[in-house]
Design a protein around this ligand. Structure first.
Ligand SMILES: Cc1cc2nc3c(=O)[nH]c(=O)nc-3n(C[C@H](O)[C@H](O)[C@H](O)COP(=O)(O)OP(=O)(O)OC[C@H]3O[C@@H](n4cnc5c(N)ncnc54)[C@H](O)[C@@H]3O)c2cc1C
Ligand code: FES
Length: 302
């Protein structure tokens, strides 16, 4: 019998046994319908990130728009293009779509110059979500690095708004320096919730910083983790979630109880253009949320 050397070999064998479902995108609820929306407010968070509140213009469409934490929308700036952006607000906040956007290039650069009242297009929501239902009754670790707090904010809202459903909740957040911390106006609010602990660390302190300094994994020294009773959601750059998940895995948190969000270049967001695929896996419809076991088995995913 051939012994598979790499996870990828196992995956290849699985793919042969389980042929790819060519009709996946047909099952999407939302496809190429573009909702017209206006930017109803803009908050500057850091030099590079702004929080946009969007309101779908049509009242019936606005009422119907719902999403699950971890999902994203395709945001269109007419005349410039479309970009995938994670929904960063609370799923219970009907009517307003919150997007935290970093100025990265053409489309996001134009958005950063937009004023209140500007019109944009929204398609979606798309993609898989964090399985918060399965996580009920467990300790929850919500871990973000840098801009990763944008997608993590939706599950933070979902968990804190339904606090009795979960046991202990630890939010861990790390950035390069204090000037890059996002949503600092919410930290006190999160800290005040019973059973929720917020731990923040920066790689490089400034004169005013009195908190922890170092890499995010240093925060694990402060947290008591019961591995078999814990679910983790990790959002951030691949180099960060690799180290975080490797640590959690080492102490015994099962790999299928850790969830990460993968970012790939996307064009259609609905399984048609092949821009985002890793092998036969399309990040836009099979992801962006994957459990860590699946990510480890996807060749070149991280
Ligand atoms: C599922 C998903 C969710 C996302 N959520 C957010 C979010 O909540 N907030 C946010 O600010 N950004 C998010 N992004 C990233 C965002 O989509 C890109 O920054 C954006 O597409 C850049 O478009 P642009 O036209 O401004 O830049 P471009 O001019 O197209 O590119 C500028 C630079 O950014 C790089 N780049 C472009 N897209 C990506 C990408 N997907 N990953 C890594 N590098 C990229 C390019 O290689 C280039 O170097 C998300 C991406 C995905 C796939
Ligand atoms: S973005 Fe087009 S297939 Fe995923």
């Amino acid at each position: 019998m051939k012994i598979p050397l790499y996870h990828y070999d196992i995956m290849k064998e699985r793919e042969i046994q389980q042929p790819v479902d060519f009709n996946r995108h047909r099952r999407l609820k939302h496809t190429d319908k573009t909702f017209k929306a206006e930017i109803s407010s803009i908050t500057t968070l850091t030099d590079m990130e702004k929080l946009f509140h969007l309101r779908i213009l049509d009242e019936a469409e606005r009422e119907r728009f719902t999403f699950l934490p971890g999902q994203f929308v395709m945001l269109e700036v007419p005349g410039y293009g479309e970009v995938p952006i994670s929904i960063s607000g609370s799923p219970s906040n009907k009517g307003l779509i919150e997007l935290c956007i970093r100025k990265a290039g053409t489309v996001t650069g134009v958005l950063h110059k937009a004023k209140r009242g500007a019109l944009v297009g929204i398609r979606g929501p798309f993609g898989t979500h964090f399985p918060l239902e399965k996580m009920k009754g467990y300790d929850i670790l919500l871990i973000a690095g840098g801009l990763g707090l944008a997608p993590l904010r939706a599950p933070i809202f979902a968990v804190t708004e339904n606090r009795p459903d979960y046991r202990k909740v630890d939010i861990m957040y790390g950035t390069k320096d204090p000037s890059q911390l996002l949503f600092d106006y919410q930290y006190e609010q999160w800290r005040r919730i019973d059973g929720v602990n917020l731990h923040i660390i920066v790689e490089k302190a400034d004169d005013k910083w009195t908190g922890d300094v170092g890499l995010i994994t240093k925060l694990f020294d402060k947290i008591e983790i019961v591995p078999h009773e814990t679910y983790a959601i990790v959002c951030g750059p691949p180099v960060m979630f690799k180290f975080v998940c490797a640590y959690l895995s080492k102490i015994g948190v099962p790999m299928d109880r850790m969830f990460v969000s993968l970012e790939r270049r996307m064009h259609c967001g609905m399984g048609k253009c092949c821009r985002c695929n890793i092998g036969s896996t399309y990040t836009c419809i099979d992801g962006p949320v994957f459990d860590y076991w699946t990510v480890m088995n996807l060749k070149e995913a991280i």
